[in-house]
Every structure is written in C-alpha cells, then in structure tokens.
Design a protein around this ligand. Sequence first.
Ligand SMILES: N[C@@H](CCC(=O)N[C@@H](CS)C(=O)NCC(=O)O)C(=O)O
Length: 224
Amino acid sequence: MTPAPYPVLYSFRRCPYAMRARLALLASGQVCELREVVLARKPAALLAASAKGTVPVLVLPDGQVVDQSLDIMLWALRRNDPRHWLPANCDALMDALQLVARCDGEFKFHLDRYKYPNRHGVAEAAAHRTQGAVYLGDLNTRLTAHRHLLGDLESLADAAIAPFVRQFAHTDPAWFASQPWPALVSWLGTFENSPIYQQVMTKYGPWEPGQPAVLFREPPIAMI
Ligand SMILES: N[C@@H](CCC(=O)N[C@@H](CS)C(=O)NCC(=O)O)C(=O)O
C-alpha cells in the first residue's frame, strides 16, 4: 500500500520541545505520522533528515524538513488555526516570540542546571532555581492580569512555554507550590488537565523502520 502523504514527526514523548510541536499539530488538525524516537538510538532516517539529531523534526511530504519546534508550531498553525493560537496582530506575535525566546534561552539554561546539576557540573542547583524563578515570576504577573500568557485567550505562547514550566515545577513540587505564584500554579494545573495535553502525552512504542505508520491525530491512534 502506498503510504498516505502525511508529514512525518520524529518525536520523544517527554521532550518539552516535542510536546509543543505535538500540541500545535493537534490544535491545527494536521494529521501526521508519529515516529517515537529513543534519543540514545536515533534512527538513521531522522539523522538523514536533520543531522543535528534533536527532536522534534517534521519531514513534509515534499521532502522539506522543519527541525525547530517553534517553526513546526508556526508551520502547522499558519496552515490551519481553528483555536486561534496565532496572535492576531504583529505586536502580539512579537510579544509571544520574545516570551518563547526567553523560555528557550535563559529559562531553559537555569532549568537544566536546576534539574540536572550533576550533568552540568553545577554545585549550586538552588542558585539556578532562583534565577529561573525570575522568569516564572514574570509569567505569574502576566497571568494575574489575564487568564493566559498573552491575554484571556489561549495562544501558541501558552502551548510553547507550559511544557518547560511543568518540568521546573515537577523538579520539586513542594517548593513550587510554596511560591507566591497562585496564577501560575492555576494556569499550569489547567494546562496539565486539558484534554489536548492528555492527548499529546499518549504513549507510543519506539518507531522501527518498516512498521505500519502510527497516525497522530484525534482520535490519537490509528493505522494507515
Ligand atoms: N532548538 C530545538 C531543541 C530541541 C532539543 O534540544 N531536543 C532535545 C530533546 S528534549 C534533543 O533532541 N536532544 C538531543 C539528545 O538528547 O540527543 C527545538 O526547538 O526543536
């Protein structure tokens, strides 16, 4: 049987970058073939598509490769955006992109060192927690003013950033819960309980070349 011309997404369930890509793909209604990757055994097809060897990677039916998570979000939402996740005007889009850039830059830097101090040769995990908390305090200020990061409506900024905040929160849940961030705690809880988040966290076995395609869409699992 000829494979359906769906984009192929190389993904890793617990990777926050891959989570944001899966959230946007699902939100856009874009069906794709999901290939779950074991990072220690990256498939040759993934490395052939994108030699840098990170996930997520989206390979389009025409062979084009999108290998940055934010670009996958933008690609999917620019094709179809029924939930209106793309900001309506240029200023709001710039605001969203700057907030995501801070997440992927300074916040991720401190998150990694707080979560895995040994891996990064860091003696003081707590110092990185304090520095990461500056970003979280800013998010809490926004969420005190409105329900989501850009306003009262959910947007791509929420989907792009929440998986990283979740990792930070789960590093020491008692500490996170004791911080003066009620709006942030509530926003994260809403995200974690949302049907779309539950759906993107569906478990798939590692992809093997030649196996029947696993389609990623609503409902989540189907075979071509
Ligand atoms: N800038 C990339 C970062 C992606 C990334 O670093 N993904 C991690 C997993 S969470 C990865 O694939 N790391 C490679 C490895 O661990 O071998 C993006 O936004 O897609």
